[in-house]
Design a protein around this ligand. Structure first.
Ligand SMILES: NC(=O)c1ccc[n+]([C@@H]2O[C@H](COP(=O)([O-])OP(=O)(O)OC[C@H]3O[C@@H](n4cnc5c(N)ncnc54)[C@H](OP(=O)(O)O)[C@@H]3O)[C@@H](O)[C@H]2O)c1
Length: 275
């Protein structure tokens, strides 16, 4: 358990005892907030994102506030060889990964007929293929040890088709389905898998996807990334399979289960349209 000293959260575990959590997309947004929660709870951290400068700034912030070690690895998960490079780096450094957070991901708004195919194929690579590849690599040592936790960033987008962000919604449906299936396969192994399904959250996501003016991000409340991260961390530590932060998000996810798909697609389209 962490203790407080001079206003700074200190882990009571020594370096040899501290497990390491790998967070992809850990330099900003929900990923950085997850890294903070993990550090506060005594985990050393390995951060992955593209920008080395941003990673090093995040590492400095985490090490300045918590008594943990932060490793950084600059990698572009759009590149199919990136997961192997991350795994090799950590293996060569002799850093076992107790917690894998597959957080890196992005969206793209617009009619599918008009959107940029290359960007969408990159999205499938990051949101789906890299997440699957990293899970495959880090799972084997977790099963051998009989312990490990995997937190996959899905979204409330996973629960219905998403016109005007068709590929993104479909990618998150994959993450949810994959995570739930894997969680069942791994029961009794000591390894748990949690799909975290946030609704709209204040990060760079909306501007990167070009959806900042959508009804979803302007009409309804937008969550804070630190609240989402805390919720996701607690759910992961409790071994929950699906974690949906926020009452409204839970309600919408449940309602979608009992509604005709054509209707849920229409509602999602309304939410994705600009005001
Ligand atoms: N914000 C929301 O409303 C929301 C809602 C539901 C689910 N989510 C999901 O939550 C996850 C995190 O999103 P966020 O909102 O925190 O987004 P964000 O603020 O845009 O942060 C994205 C993070 O991923 C990294 N990243 C982006 N592309 C990458 C790549 N090709 N290779 C490696 N790292 C990459 C970014 O750093 P670099 O740019 O330096 O690479 C950054 O650290 C995503 O999977 C997203 O789909 C977000």
């Amino acid at each position: 358990m962490p203790s407080k000293k001079n206003g700074v959260q200190r882990s009571t575990k020594n370096a040899a005892q501290r497990p390491t959590a790998l967070v992809t997309g850990g330099s900003g947004g929900i990923g950085l907030e997850l890294a903070k929660v993990l550090a506060r709870n005594g985990f050393d951290i390995a951060l992955v994102a593209r920008s080395r400068d941003t990673l090093e700034a995040a590492a400095g912030q985490l090490e300045g506030q918590h008594d943990v070690k932060v490793h950084v690895f600059a990698a572009d998960l759009r590149r199919p060889e990136a997961p192997e490079a991350i795994f090799d780096f950590l293996s060569n450094e002799n850093i076992p990964i107790e917690v894998l957070v597959n957080n890196a991901g992005f969206g793209l708004g617009g009619e599918f007929a008009d959107t940029d195919l290359d960007r969408e194929l990159e999205m499938i690579q990051v949101n789906i293929a890299a997440l699957t590849h990293l899970t495959k690599l880090f799972l084997t040592p977790m099963i051998k040890r009989g312990s490990g936790r995997i937190l996959n960033l899905a979204s409330t987008a996973a629960f219905q088709p998403g016109p005007l962000q068709a590929v993104y919604y479909a990618s998150k449906a994959y993450v949810l389905s994959f995570s739930e299936a894997l969680a069942e396969e791994l029961r009794d192994t000591g390894v748990t898998v949690t799909a975290l399904c946030p609704g709209p959250t204040r990060t760079d996501f909306a501007s990167t996807a070009g959806v900042s003016n959508s009804r979803l991000f302007t009409l309804f409340g937008v969550a804070q990334a630190d609240d989402v991260a805390e919720y996701g961390f607690q759910a992961m530590m409790a071994g929950k399979r699906v974690a949906i932060p926020g009452f409204r998000n839970k309600l919408v996810a449940q309602a979608n289960r009992f509604s005709p798909r054509a209707l849920t697609a229409k509602v999602a389209r309304f939410a994705q349209e600009n005001r």
